[in-house]
Design a protein around this ligand. Structure first.
Ligand SMILES: Cc1cc2nc3c(=O)[nH]c(=O)nc-3n(C[C@H](O)[C@H](O)[C@H](O)COP(=O)(O)O)c2cc1C
Length: 371
């Protein structure tokens, strides 16, 4: 264990606190809560007044993320009902902080006794202990993806603020099974017709069978979520540090289990020549190709934004593994509890929510750009 040794005066300034619970500059979400505490929730500061909120649409988004929704996901049974406490009056946002909570009702904390003193390989257990010296191990505590339910609530509100901007995320790969079709040929009305959330029904069937097989083996598998954003106005994104793609990258990489982000031509673009990669203009200012992924110089150019997000296979497997305990001893650990064999079906609304939060924030920032 290596700690940087600072002079003791720094410790009084930098108490071990859990910072970084807020996202966004003007449209700002702060989340709170642990997996097995009484509730999770959030406060949205900076949401403009006067938006007529469709509360059922917010709940529908949460239902897309909730556990127990199909045989392919964790069987924790949570109603995941959001309750609003502030910032909404007569169905409209008031411009004051919007406070909300989702009560945890289906915790089985004893399923997690085995990780109180031992660390799941590739989960956050050990680094939380190293960093804070103490952790709520029940259900993974704050490191649980349960936290992302609050992001989905805030993202659903951001979507309603963004109105005509259309954000469509979908599963494009599960383990080795990947879509080969270009996103422009996909019918997004099919995404919600299968439990995988893949708009290609044939591939969806293959993906579903693969996840079921992996689950039976007590194992987990990774996947990719792709996202296409249409009707984006020109001008969102700031030119230096707060580039639109940098903000999207941070948003996506802040989602649990995410290991990769690429937008536009992404890593494939590195193999092309400029003469192949350049997006030639049409007379109306649109471009003939869109390798730029709708963003140039960090600013939206009005073309579709598209990106891919890679998720790892989750750490908790139902197989025996050798691991470390908090006394430094190697021990055998058998996975327990109710876990996702593959997170991508449930992460689709999370990707959309984070994209909506970025666009809402940059929309508000853009309002101060010109006289
Ligand atoms: C929707 C979703 C569900 C998840 N479910 C589980 C789970 O059931 N079990 C698990 O070990 N990890 C799960 N994870 C991943 C963990 O939250 C994540 O791996 C952990 O916080 C460590 O962070 P890292 O993988 O980003 O390093 C899930 C992630 C997402 C996005």
């Amino acid at each position: 264990m290596n700690y940087v040794q600072y002079p003791s005066i720094f410790y009084s300034i930098f108490e071990p606190i859990m910072a970084g619970n807020s996202f966004g500059q003007l449209f700002k979400l702060t989340t709170f809560g642990e997996s097995h505490g009484p509730a999770i929730g959030g406060v949205i500061d900076g949401c403009p007044a006067g938006i007529t909120l469709d509360l059922e649409a917010i709940q529908r988004e949460l239902n897309r993320r909730k556990p127990g929704q199909s045989a392919l996901v964790t069987q924790r049974k949570e109603p995941d009902e959001v309750v609003f406490y502030a910032g909404i009056f007569e169905g409209k946002t008031t411009g004051t902080p919007i406070g909300f909570a989702i009560h945890n009702t289906n915790q089985k904390s004893r399923d997690y006794a085995h990780i109180k003193d031992s660390y799941r390989p590739s989960h956050a257990d050990k680094v939380y202990d190293d960093k804070y010296g103490f952790r709520d191990y029940r259900g993974g505590g704050r490191s649980s993806a349960r936290e992302t339910a609050s992001r989905v609530v805030a993202g659903a509100i951001a979507k309603q603020f963004l109105k005509s901007i259309d954000i469509q995320a979908y599963v494009s790969a599960v383990g080795p099974i990947a879509l080969t079709k270009d996103h422009s040929t996909l019918d997004f009305s099919l995404t919600e017709t299968n439990p995988v959330r893949c708009p290609d029904p044939e591939k969806a069937t293959e993906m579903e069978a693969y996840i079921r097989r992996i689950r039976k083996e007590g194992d987990t598998v990774g996947g990719v979520i792709s996202c296409v954003i249409k009707n984006v106005p020109i001008g969102l994104g700031e030119p230096v540090f707060d580039k639109l793609h940098a903000e999207l990258g941070k948003a996506m990489l802040s989602i649990n289990a995410v290991k990769g982000f690429e937008y536009g031509s992404g890593f494939a673009g590195a193999q092309q020549k400029g003469s192949e990669h350049n997006d030639q203009f049409n007379a109306d200012g649109t471009t003939k190709s869109n390798h730029s992924g709708g963003i140039q110089g960090g600013i939206s150019n009005g073309m579709d934004i598209y990106f891919n997000v890679a998720f790892k296979p989750v750490a908790t497997i139902m197989q025996s593994q050798t691991t470390l305990d908090n006394k430094g001893k190697m021990v055998e650990m058998q996975g327990k509890g109710r876990h996702d064999p593959c997170v991508v079906p449930r992460a689709v609304p999370i990707v959309e929510a984070m994209a909506a939060l970025v666009l809402a924030d940059l929309t508000l920032l853009n309002r101060g750009t010109r006289y």
